[in-house]
Structures are given as structure tokens and as C-alpha cells.
Design a protein around this ligand. Structure first.
Ligand code: NDP
Ligand code: 8X3
Length: 260
């Protein structure tokens, strides 16, 4: 059986109120990690914390956090440091697509939101928590990228751009940490059935559901398993990039669907 190297780690997850982040929080807590679960919807954070404390007896800290708010990110780092809750793993998961339109018809407000969350938010969190890892010469930065950072697809323009940025930033952080024991991983999923498409289509649930019909998409838990796998690897092993797609998907634009 694989050794549990998660036990006793302190793991901060951004965007833990839904989807992949929530599944990661559950998976880390189940393996004995102390978890800091963050997101904007505090009632969801409290419900998840109650569940994890009950089911897994987990040590859970909740924190309302909008990753776009750099001062709030720094404040959280300072508060957690005072409490002795210093993360040695961060999962930069908070992110979103907004819209699926050709560039000439795209909404610049959607672009702002994606860039501020997916790129700048990831940077603020990393900049806040990475120095303590470098100081301790131990830790792990896990960025949730996407196959959208590998293959651009029609109308994906800015969302794909943010995920290409995540890819480049992950590579940049990784090379900057050469000579340290701090590891960096980019976990890049294809299609995962979460609230992602509902957010992308601004609440159009029928259109969102259509994205996942006719094939078996990934579940958030599948991606969480991949995150656990990279973090649980022995300390001398850095799984730098893990691409995970449904078996029915071979490329952003190649998905085998059987529709009635
Ligand atoms: P969900 O919409 O289900 O979850 C997104 C999470 O991000 C929520 O917890 C949300 O919490 C949080 N979030 C959004 N904006 C902010 C913000 N400004 N500050 C803090 N948290 C925020 O989507 P997924 O779980 O699918 O997405 C998670 C990540 O996975 C994203 O980075 C996405 O790009 C990536 N991904 C998703 C794929 C998919 O097909 N679903 C495939 C590949 C990558 P709240 O609203 O409470 O703040
Ligand atoms: C999410 C996957 O293909 O919808 O990053 O962009 S996709």
C-alpha cells in the first residue's frame, strides 16, 4: 500500500466551496492533513468544515477569501502565521471561465474577471505563502492548470490565455526554486463536471449541462486523486505536470459523444 505522506501536512486550498477545490479539501482531510479551506461563499465553507470535522475528525480552518484581493491574501497569511497554521502545501485552484464568445464579441468585464482570478489571484497567493516554504526548504505549490493551457479552442481565447499563463508561471516558479526542496506541480484537467460551465454561461444551467452530455466527464474527485498523487510522491520526486482527461476526450476539441 502507498505510504501516506499527507498526514500532518498543512494544506491551503483556494476555491474550496465547489468542484475540484472542495474535492481536494475532502481528499486531504481524509488523509490526515490540516486544511485551510478558502473561497468567497462562507456558508459553504462552514458546511464543508462541519462535515470534515465530523467525518474525518479533521483540523480545519476556514477563511473567506477573494483571491483577487491582494491585501486580503496577505492578511490571511499573517493571521495564519500568528495561529501557527502555516501551509506547506498550497493548491491554487480558484478559477473560472466567463463567456464563450469570439474575441471580437467578448465582454471585457469577463476578461478582467478571468485574468484577475486565474492569473493574478494565483500569483498573489503564491507570493504570499511561498517565502515561508523557501525559508523552511520544504513545501509544494500545486497549480490547477487546464488542457485549455495546452490547446486553444474556438471562442476560448481569454480563458485559454489565462491557462497558458498558468502553464508559463508554473514553469517559472519551478525553475526559480531550483536548489530548494520546494516542489511545483501543474495538474491540468480536461472536461470535469462541476459548476464550471454554469459559471462560464452566467447561470444558464441547461447550456451548462449540455457540455457534459453523451460521454463520461471527469468528476472533481478524479482530479483530487491526481492532486493527492503528486503531493504524496516521495520527497525526491517532483511530478511537474500531470494532464488528466476523460477517456472519451483526447484533445480540447476531440470528445467522443454518443447523443440520442
Ligand atoms: P467550480 O466553479 O465548481 O469551482 C470554482 C471555485 O473557485 C469555487 O470554489 C469558487 O468559490 C472559487 N472562486 C471563483 N472565483 C474566486 C475568487 N475570486 N476568489 C476565490 N475563490 C474563487 O469550478 P471547478 O472546480 O471546475 O474549477 C476549479 C479550477 O479548475 C479552475 O481553476 C478551473 O479553471 C480549473 N479547471 C476546470 C475544469 C473543468 O472542466 N471543470 C477543467 C480544467 C481546469 P467562490 O465562488 O465561493 O469564491
Ligand atoms: C476547463 C476545460 O475545455 O472547458 O479548463 O476549457 S475546458
Amino acid at each position: 500500500m502507498t505510504e501516506n505522506r499527507i498526514q500532518g501536512r498543512t494544506v491551503l486550498v483556494t476555491g474550496a466551496t465547489a468542484g475540484i477545490g472542495e474535492a481536494c479539501a475532502r481528499a486531504f482531510a481524509a488523509r490526515g492533513a490540516r486544511v485551510v479551506i478558502t473561497g468567497r461563499r462562507t456558508e459553504r465553507l462552514e458546511a464543508l468544515a462541519a462535515e470534515l470535522r465530523g467525518d474525518a475528525g479533521a483540523d480545519v480552518r476556514t477563511a473567506a477569501l477573494d483571491v483577487r484581493d491582494r491585501a486580503a491574501v496577505d492578511d490571511l497569511r499573517d493571521t495564519l502565521t500568528d495561529e501557527g497554521f502555516v501551509p506547506d502545501v498550497i493548491v491554487n485552484n480558484a478559477g473560472k471561465a466567463r463567456g464563450l464568445d469570439p474575441t471580437h464579441a467578448g465582454d471585457p468585464d469577463d476578461w478582467d474577471e478571468m485574468i484577475d482570478t486565474n492569473v493574478k489571484g494565483l500569483l498573489w497567493v503564491t507570493r504570499a505563502f511561498l517565502p515561508a516554504m523557501v525559508e523552511a526548504n520544504r513545501g509544494h505549490v500545486v497549480n490547477i492548470g487546464s488542457t485549455a493551457g495546452r490547446w486553444v479552442y474556438p471562442n476560448g481565447n481569454v480563458y485559454c490565455g489565462t491557462k497558458y499563463a498558468v502553464k508559463a508561471i508554473s514553469e517559472g516558479i519551478n525553475v526559480d526554486l531550483a536548489g530548494t526542496r520546494v516542489r511545483v506541480s501543474s495538474v491540468d484537467p480536461g472536461l470535469v463536471e462541476t459548476e464550471f460551465s454554469e459559471v462560464r454561461f452566467h447561470g444558464d444551467t441547461d447550456r451548462a449541462a449540455g457540455v457534459y452530455q453523451g460521454y463520461a466527464p471527469l468528476r472533481a474527485e478524479d482530479v483530487a486523486d491526481a492532486v493527492i498523487y503528486v503531493v504524496n510522491a516521495p520527497e525526491h520526486v517532483d511530478i511537474f505536470n500531470l494532464v488528466i482527461m476523460p477517456t472519451d476526450q483526447r484533445h480540447s476539441m476531440i470528445v467522443h459523444k454518443e447523443l440520442d
